[in-house]
Design a protein around this ligand. Structure first.
Ligand SMILES: Cc1ncc(COP(=O)(O)O)c(C=O)c1O
Length: 488
């Protein structure tokens, strides 16, 4: 029992009053057992005598009963019927207003916009970011986790280095050099809890409130939330067929700390930034003295054309902070991501991670290090790329077959989602379409949360990785019915 003690009155009186009031308020129910005086004196860090004096008083007044050898209990027949009850605190609900920081207010807004899990799953849910449970080698992951968990030692159970397990940093650096042409060594890699924490560390390490941060418009709302919570001044720059318009940025932005981009598969439009614009982006960042935050969240899944190397690999001026995640290649609840930072920033980022949460959980890090270095990860990515390619084919052909030129498909050459524009509907009609689809068992997700301002027409982000081709085709047929139901 927690009893706040001070020096205003003798300790035994305070203990007596707190227990009595807990009994009278019903917090300690009649007949319930009270901890022994020895235990209570340890919990409160007071002498046992103070506790014994309080217990004796409560026994004498009939609040407590004790049976030798079997402990002390709240009396079943309480005295004091006529005694005033302790003041009842007014009930507090979660809606009771409280004063919180500006950062918490911005975080609340972010949470209120989060997609909530449905009480009853929909048969055809096109939610972006849902993993396909069947794709991941769970049995293998379970075996590796157990093997690792058995290796207990004082060292594996103690606090660990904030930047991450050295073997894992090494394995990630090797993978990124090979698969993404990222130019780095292990000392620049930090292991974090998903890209969300990577973005948070970037904002905390490099931004002060009021600093300008360039974001894409439309953009990944997870990044907007982090920069808003940090008190940054967001500067949205439009996206065209080639991603963030560097030209507009150069014309309109003369000062910024960060430029956040998703160049290999712009979220949510799917635009892929060509080499010439990547170089222009680096030059612009250099001119501003800003860092480019390259969020490379799903480039493992590229279906058409040859892989494009990361912007980080083109950077000779140490201006790029590279962010990656295992949420798409493994599953989101694993909560592991990585940051590659220029050498001069390693110490500041490591310190920020240390202050934030000491380090990412070690059991997962050890398991992942083996998963990567034994080749399981890349094997799994290769297999799921083939499966996701079939799902992507299914969604494109179902859209063409059932909706033809009533829809425009964007961003289909990479990743795990595509964007479907519906020119016959205004942006304001999206909620109606989402509702009509839901009635038919189809989960649809509006593009609006990713925009500052409105797009020219209605659009939905279709995540297809969690569905199999036959479900996708059935879901798109129902989407057509939903769309037709809105036609007047
Ligand atoms: C652009 C972008 N970045 C990052 C992520 C992944 O975030 P996390 O690693 O925090 O799960 C997503 C996933 O939805 C995303 O769309």
């Amino acid at each position: 029992m927690l009893i706040p003690l001070d020096e205003s009155t003798p300790l035994y009186r305070q203990i007596y009053a707190a227990i009595r009031s807990a009994i009278l308020s019903g917090e300690l129910a009649p007949g319930s057992r009270i901890v022994s005086s020895r235990q209570m004196s340890r919990e409160l860090a007071v002498s046992r005598n103070s506790v014994l004096l309080a217990y004796d008083q409560l026994l004498a007044e009939g609040y407590l009963d004790s049976t030798i050898g079997s402990g002390t209990y709240v009396s079943a027949n309480l005295p004091d019927d006529g005694m005033p009850r302790p003041v009842q605190r007014p009930a507090m609900s979660e809606d009771t207003p409280v004063a919180v920081s500006k950062a918490a207010q911005a975080a609340r807004t972010a949470l209120s916009q989060a997609v909530r899990p449905r009480a009853k799953p929909l048969a055809y849910d096109f939610q972006y970011g849902l993993p396909n449970v069947a794709d991941f080698p769970h049995e293998l992951w379970r075996r590796l986790l157990i093997r690792r968990a058995r290796q207990r030692s004082a060292q594996t159970l103690a606090y660990a280095p904030p930047a991450g397990l050295p073997e894992l940093r090494e394995a990630v650096a090797l993978y990124l050099r090979r698969a993404r042409a990222v130019s780095c060594d292990a000392s620049q890699v930090l292991i974090v809890n998903g890209s969300q924490q990577a973005l948070d560390l970037i904002a905390r390490t490099l931004c002060d409130p009021g600093d300008r941060v360039v974001i894409e418009n439309p953009h990944y709302s997870g990044s907007r939330h982090v920069f808003s919570v940090a008190g940054a001044n967001l500067v949205p720059i439009p996206v065209d067929h080639d991603g963030l318009s560097v030209e507009i940025g150069e014309r309109t932005v003369k000062k910024a700390k960060l430029i956040y981009v998703t160049p290999s598969h712009q979220f949510p439009t799917g635009a892929i930034m060509p080499l010439s614009r990547r170089i222009a982006l680096l030059n612009w960042a250099e001119a501003l003295g800003a860092y480019v935050v390259e969020d490379d969240y799903d480039s493992e899944f590229r279906y058409v054309g040859k892989p494009i190397e990361a912007v980080q690999g083109l950077d000779h001026k140490h201006r790029v902070i590279y962010v990656g995640t295992l949420s798409k290649t493994m599953f989101p609840s694993v909560r592991i991501g990585y940051l590659v930072v220029p050498a001069p920033l390693v110490e500041a980022f490591t310190a920020m991670k240390y202050v934030n949460d000491r380090h990412t959980a070690m059991l997962q890090q050890h398991t992942l290090a083996t998963f990567l270095s034994d080749g399981h990860f890349e094997r799994h990515v290769r297999r799921s790329r083939v499966r996701n390619a079939a799902r992507r084919e299914a969604v494109i052909s179902a859209l063409r077959q059932h909706l033809g030129d009533r829809v425009q498909i964007a961003g289909e050459n990479s990743g795990l989602h595509l964007l479907v524009w519906i020119p016959e509907l205004k942006a304001a009609a999206i909620p109606e379409l989402v509702e009509a689809a839901e009635k038919r068992g189809v989960g649809l997700y509006s593009v609006l949360p990713y925009y500052i301002g409105d797009p020219l027409c209605a659009g939905v982000v279709l995540g297809y990785a969690a569905l199999e081709p036959d479900q996708i085709s059935a879901g798109i047929t129902l989407l057509k019915n939903a769309l037709n139901s809105l036609r007047r």
